[in-house]
Design a protein around this ligand. Sequence first.
Ligand SMILES: [Zn+2]
Length: 407
Amino acid sequence: MAYRWPAGTAFKRITLDVEDCWCPVCDRYMYVCDHRYHHLWTLEGPTQVVNRLVRCPDASCASRGRTFSPEAELSLSMPRWCIGWDVFCWLGHRRFARHWSVPQLRLELKDTHQIRVADDAIARDIGLYPTMLAARQQDPERLAAAYKEIEALVLTIDGLQPEKGHETLYVVRELTSKRVWFAEPLLSSAEQEVHRVVVLARQWAERLAKPVRAWMSDKQDAFVKAIATEFPGIPHRYCQNHFLRDVAKPVLDIDSQAKVTMRSKVRGLRAIERRVLDERRQAVASASPPPPAPPQGAATSTAALPASVTPATVAPPEPGASSAWGLLQTDNALEATSWATTEAAAVEVAAGEVVLGYWAAVRGILNDSQGGPLHPPGLRMSEALQEVRDSLDRNLGAHKGGLPRRC
Ligand SMILES: [Zn+2]
């Protein structure tokens, strides 16, 4: 990738040589014929990699014209990349394990490592990261090492949708070492497509030279048929979650109906929220600051203050005008009648706060769709709503007759 280095950048130089200098065809000693320079960022700063290229000296050799370059270059970076593997892994780890944003990555690289890379370059690198990671995960040598101690394999297959509307990824996992083997996007769950994935799983198992003890899945027809064909005689079981879900289906159906009923009942509360917000809007509108006064004395400084400070301190408010500022006004020495008005307004504002707070909690409960067969979503919702009801009862009991306080 083209990268413009600032003039005067000081590079750390690394010179690389071909490991085997003897011509693979005629066995003659090969000479350096050219240099290839690769400039890149590593966590140690700007780096210049000098690749010493070699060629067979014999003009009649079959390798003639072919240039050999140092193998070690790929252990530092990929050709034409402007960052080394160390920076690449730094980016990928922070992105996928810690969910950093691109600007955050760019700033941290600049501040901590003095590495300057543009947002689009970072976006491209984190796009490549999963591919590199998958290649490493699936590397046959590493895989063989991971399975050295394991006697037999237990495989699962399941279709996952990373996001709604996306094509389904068919994921094959091995449970003994808790490892995702591979994921294939299939356009349909048709038998032929699924069969291809199961064949791939068989090839993996064969490459590891380990027997398969069992398969687990939700037992879709396509899975059952493909696995029976490719793994004859191997037991195929329901996965625990799907099994429980199937057993619990009648209960989950009732739970789902109960959830709909609760939801429609609670949704009525939205009207109360709207009323509180409307009242606030009106209060703010009627308490908006007076037009700027001509510059004289104390009025000058207050006219310039933000709206939230003006009404109470500049002049006594018109009766019933400024409920939103009631809390600010109670400290002022105002007339008795005015005090009564603001006291009532303060109660109203505090009450509005409480209503909005409770509504936020209820909205969270309505939007929660977590829960499985052992703790169904409707049951969770009912429990959470009961907690809200208990809280309301407690507060009503504690503050009967008193002035509501924000707590
Ligand atoms: Zn040669």
